[in-house]
Design a protein around this ligand. Structure first.
Ligand code: F6R
Ligand code: MG
Ligand code: MG
Length: 366
């Protein structure tokens, strides 16, 4: 059976600042999406990571289906109205346009979609990150798909020996999708040269060279490119098919033990370590730390199993402790140097006005 998995995610309001949507809001979104089961969609899973609500649904309408996108958009709009009534903070903040025009891309919500012929058993992972941006997945995808230090299948399984094809997007180009396709392992250094700049180059998709199938789909929205000003970080979502011709679940998860530094954290303006957290986690220290959750599923004829929380394990408790130490360590440096993002990432904030104001007070002396 040909199945599509679509995830559409937005921050439409949260409690106590940018921490977590209300139970009432989650309930409303869930009930609206569930009402479409057996009609527009086959199955669904509604969740939150930090202040973001994600609608994951399975269907057979293919990628970019205007019906599916409209259902999600209408649901999020209705949710934003409830958030306003409840007085939630930042109600409707990611819904940047008023009118729906066939697709949620460019309207604010993040979207990731995979369409595939189901294997007899079809496991996949759904990642959702908060207080960071799409480049956060660059390093784990590189390590999980190109590096045998994490993905032992690259040397142990003949199904992965050919490697993977990366589609990398230049997210600073806003007129259209500007994409380069590069092959691992042949062009590994070219891939690394781009992925080292996660604010500009973002892995949009990965394909198996063995079967040609799409393995991953990640959201690439950069809200400030749509809004023209800072309106919160982009909090990316990602789908990853696993096992068989693709990396095993544990190989895809392995790089998250690093707690690598990503852009985001307080006011989307700092570097902080990415902490793998349990499903439906909230946000706390310094409006962070940047977090990522992972729900594991099997899908059969479009029907989802229950979600398994991939980061709910004693191993990840230890990682969380280590990542907390990294978070505290970089915060000791406050605003200085690498602790805060470079000006190119702060250009839409108040600091640009401040520096413009100071500009005229400079004097030149011999
Ligand atoms: C980061 C984030 C928060 C806010 C911060 C200030 O994505 O959402 O760190 O930037 O709490 O929020 P405002 O300006 O809404 O008071
Ligand atoms: Mg937010
Ligand atoms: Mg968020």
């Amino acid at each position: 059976m040909r199945t599509t998995v679509t995830v559409i995610k937005a921050d439409i309001g949260s409690i106590g600042g940018h921490l977590k949507p209300s139970e009432g809001l989650l309930k409303l979104v869930k009930s609206r999406v569930e009402a479409e089961k057996g009609k527009l969609i086959i199955d669904c899973y509604v969740s939150h990571t930090g202040d973001d609500i994600a609608i994951l649904c399975t269907h057979n309408k293919g990628k970019n289906s205007s019906e599916i996108h409209k259902m999600a958009w209408d649901t999020l709009m209705e949710g934003a109205n409830l958030a306003k009534k409840q007085g939630l903070y930042g109600a409707g903040q990611d819904l940047l346009k008023d009118a729906f025009s066939g697709n949620v891309k460019g309207l604010g919500p993040a979207v990731a979609e995979l369409e595939f012929d189901e294997r007899p058993n079809e496991p996949f992972l759904f990642f959702a990150a908060d207080k960071t941006d799409p480049g956060a997945y660059n390093l784990p995808l590189y390590l999980g798909f190109c590096d045998p230090m994490h993905c032992s299948g690259l040397i142990l399984s003949s199904k992965m020996a050919k490697g993977f094809r990366f589609e990398i997007m230049d997210v600073s180009y806003t007129e259209k999708d500007r994409i380069i396709t590069l092959n691992a392992p042949e062009e590994l250094y070219d891939i690394a040269a781009l992925l080292r700049d996660p604010e500009r180059f973002v892995v949009a998709a990965v394909y198996s060279k063995e079967s040609g199938e799409q393995v991953t789909a990640a959201s690439t929205t950069r809200l400030h490119n749509i809004a023209g000003k800072y309106v919160g970080k982009d909090d990316p979502i990602m789908l990853v098919r696993v096992q068989g011709n693709f990396p095993a679940t544990g190989e895809v998860l392995s790089p998250y033990a690093l707690g690598h530094y990503v852009a985001g954290f307080m006011r989307g303006s700092h570097n902080g370590p990415l902490m793998p957290v349990k499903l439906n986690s909230t946000i706390s220290y310094f409006d962070g730390p940047p977090v990522v959750s992972c729900a594991a599923f099997c899908v059969h004829e479009g029907h989802l199993t229950e979600a398994v929380d991939a980061f709910d394990h004693p191993f990840w408790d230890y990682v969380r402790q280590e990542v907390s130490k990294k978070g505290i360590e970089i915060r000791r440096q406050g605003f200085f140097g690498n602790a805060m993002l470079p000006m190119s990432e702060l250009e839409y904030g108040g600091i640009a006005d401040k520096l413009r104001g100071l500009e005229e007070r400079f004097v030149t002396k011999d």
